[in-house]
Write a protein that binds this ligand. Structure first.
Ligand code: GLY
Length: 398
């Protein structure tokens, strides 16, 4: 399923995220953004008067205009904040500026913030919504494959903390659990997505397929493999997103705040991420494809996740939780989306391990890994042998 040329003909579908009083639906399909005004009114009633629309400047203006007119037609006053989405923008500074704008516009507790963009915008705007007046409602309108299948669902909001020169960013170090009141994943917005960003989204889809059997979709891995090489058609894109959102919804419904230890918990979504976050946070890492080509510029989140999945597979094979055949199968699936096979510019292995210990998921400098087990299943391992972790890092070193 290579990047789509068009996504315009399949109908919408809806996935319910069951969280008691915080339940909401994720609508997936072409044109769902046009319904945002009605969705806000249905959820919040007439006491909602104002909306702040936080927009990634890379999103084509027609989608921001569409969301704004739908909100206005529902009787809301709408203001905009347009941001340049990058991990550096997910900062204390941008967070503060959004809070100032919300306060300047005098949004009340029943007013709404709408995030229109990828994961950076959703995380930053979501954290502002979680904090302003101790929490106002917000709507996630993801416009990248990655944010549609992962970041927009489940209520994690966050900013990065910059530790200064040489140390780089610690991802998502400050944040809150704050569920949106709705998710509108309009597949038409993917038309302008760069192929590289689409592939980054596929890294998270492959991660979901690697835990699909743990969350009631054991055939997702085969389905993803079967569709890997053909150009994506609209119906496939909608099915891909809907099935991935459904996995995410089931995980979150079972462990909203990532408190469950062991199998079945939200921690499984961190498959590939302990390695991946470290790679991403250390300055200078670049992805290198299986064919030897170096991907230009900073490594992207999905690329770091792909490398993290490969490292987790290497550790799993070494520790006996997954077979070599399974490792080869997933590696070749990652290759088919031109996701990096190795990283250049990694510091010495001990520095990567240190950064992994710094991951906010770890307690008191201990290390916790999610290891694939094969057949779409994964498991949580506390304090894996350090040599296996080191070897896994070296296995993805260019
Ligand atoms: N992206 C990981 C989670 O939502 O828990």
């Amino acid at each position: 399923m290579q990047p789509p040329s068009t996504t315009s003909s399949a109908g919408p579908s809806s996935v319910r995220v069951e969280l008691g009083p915080r339940s909401y639906s994720a609508e997936v399909g072409p044109g769902v953004l046009a319904a945002i005004g009605g969705r806000v009114r249905d959820s919040l009633g007439n006491r909602c008067r104002k909306a702040l629309l936080v927009i990634d400047q890379a999103v084509p203006g027609k989608f921001a205009d569409l969301a704004e007119s739908s909100l206005r037609e529902s009787g809301l006053e709408v203001a905009r904040a347009t941001l340049h989405a990058s991990e550096h923008e997910k900062s204390l500074h941008s967070f503060g500026a959004l809070l100032q704008q919300l306060a300047g516009l005098r949004l009340e507790r029943r007013d709404v913030l709408v995030a229109l963009g990828g994961g950076v915008i959703g995380d930053l705007a979501g954290f502002a919504a979680a904090s302003y007046r101790r929490g106002i409602p917000f709507v996630q309108c993801p416009t990248t494959l990655l944010s549609m299948v992962d970041a927009s669902v489940g209520g994690k909001t966050a900013i990065n903390i910059d530790l200064g020169p040489g140390s780089g960013l610690v991802k998502n170090m400050a944040g809150a659990f704050h569920q949106p009141i709705a998710v509108l994943a309009d597949t038409l917005t993917l038309e302008s997505l760069e192929p590289r960003q689409y592939r980054c989204g596929m890294a998270e889809c492959i991660k979901h397929a690697m835990i699909g059997a743990d969350f009631q979709d054991p055939s997702l891995l085969d389905w993803t493999r079967r569709h890997a090489s053909s150009p994506a058609q609209s119906a496939e894109i909608s099915e891909l997103i809907t099935r991935n959102v459904a996995i995410k919804a089931r995980v979150v419904a079972g462990d909203e705040r990532e408190e469950r230890e062991g199998a079945g918990g939200r921690a499984l979504l961190n498959l590939g991420h302990t390695f991946g976050h470290a790679i991403e946070a250390l300055p200078g890492a670049q992805g290198v494809l299986a064919g030897g080509q170096t991907l230009p510029g900073e490594i992207q989140h999905g690329e770091a996740v792909a490398l993290g999945l490969r490292a987790a597979l290497a550790a799993a094979v070494r520790l006996g939780s997954a077979s070599q055949e399974y490792g080869a199968l997933i590696n070749s699936l990652l290759d088919s989306f031109s996701l990096p096979a190795r990283a250049s510019g990694l510091p010495e292995t001990g520095a990567v391990v240190d950064r992994m210990r710094h991951d906010k998921k770890n307690l008191a400098g201990s290390l916790r890994l999610i290891l694939p087990c094969g057949q779409g299943r994964a498991t949580v391992v506390e304090n894996p042998p350090e040599q296996a972790v080191r070897d896994a890092i070296d296995s993805i070193r260019a």
